[in-house]
Design a protein around this ligand. Structure first.
Ligand SMILES: Cc1cc2nc3c(=O)[nH]c(=O)nc-3n(C[C@H](O)[C@H](O)[C@H](O)COP(=O)(O)O)c2cc1C
Length: 180
C-alpha cells in the first residue's frame, strides 16, 4: 500500500551528509511506490517555541511562520522521517526547535505511527548517535501512537558531501526507504 511520507531534513549546510542520505531514502521510498515530500529547513523560517501552551487549547501555534505548514504536513503523513547532523552528541538545534513547535500535535489527531531517524556524525563510533535517539524518543513517548521504526547511524562523516562516497550508507538509506 502506498504511504504518504514526510522527510524533514534539518541540516543547514550545503552538501549536507544527512541531506544526501535523506535523498537516498526518498529515492528508495518513491521506487517502492510511496508518495514522498522532503522538507528542508534551510529554506524555512522557524522561531523558538515561547512555551505559552496556547496550542493546547487552540490546536494551533500563535506564532505565524513556516512551522505551521510543516505541522499540517506532519499531521497528514503516514510516516515521518527526521534527518539530522549530530551536534554535541545530540540532535541539531533546528530539529529540536521544530519538534517543540510541533507541540499542537500533542492535542491533535495525526496519522503517522512509524518514525525514522537518519543521523550523521563525525565520530566513527555508533554510540555517537545514542543521545540523538534518546532525544527523539522523548518526542515519540509523548505521541502515544508512534514508534521509532528504524535508525540510520551514519558515523565517521565530517566534511560536506562525504556521504556520497559511502556506498554502505547510501545503500542503507535507499533500502530503509524502500522497506517503509
Ligand atoms: C556545531 C557542531 C557540533 C558538532 N558536534 C558533533 C558531535 O558532538 N559529535 C560528532 O561526532 N560530530 C559532531 N559534529 C560533526 C557533524 O555531526 C558532522 O560533520 C556531520 O556529518 C554533519 O552532518 P550534515 O553534513 O548533514 O550537516 C558537529 C558539527 C557541528 C557544526
Amino acid at each position: 500500500m502506498s504511504k504518504k511520507i514526510v522527510i524533514i531534513s534539518t541540516s543547514l549546510r550545503n552538501n549536507s551528509n544527512s541531506d544526501i542520505l535523506a535523498d537516498e531514502f526518498l529515492k528508495g521510498a518513491e521506487n517502492a511506490g510511496h508518495i514522498v515530500e522532503k522538507i528542508n529547513l534551510k529554506d524555512k523560517n522557524i522561531a523558538f517555541c515561547k512555551g505559552c501552551l496556547a496550542c493546547q487549547i487552540n490546536k494551533k501555534c500563535i506564532i505565524k511562520d513556516d512551522a505551521d505548514e510543516i505541522f499540517e504536513k506532519v499531521k497528514e503523513a503516514d510516516v515521518v522521517v527526521w534527518a539530522t547532523p549530530v551536534y554535541y552528541y545530540s540532535m541539531s538545534g533546528q530539529m529540536k526547535t521544530l519538534i517543540d513547535r510541533l507541540n499542537p500535535l500533542f492535542v491533535s489527531p495525526y496519522n503517522f505511527k512509524d518514525v525514522y531517524l537518519i543521523a550523521t556524525a563525525a565520530d566513527s563510533n555508533e554510540s555517537a548517535i545514542d543521545k540523538t535517539i534518546q532525544g527523539l524518543l522523548g518526542w515519540i513517548e509523548c505521541l502515544s501512537k508512534t514508534r521509532l521504526k528504524n535508525v540510520l547511524k551514519a558515523t565517521g562523516l565530517t566534511n560536506p558531501a562525504e556521504a556520497k562516497n559511502s556506498v554502505k550508507y547510501l545503500k542503507e538509506a535507499y533500502t530503509m526507504g524502500q522497506n517503509v
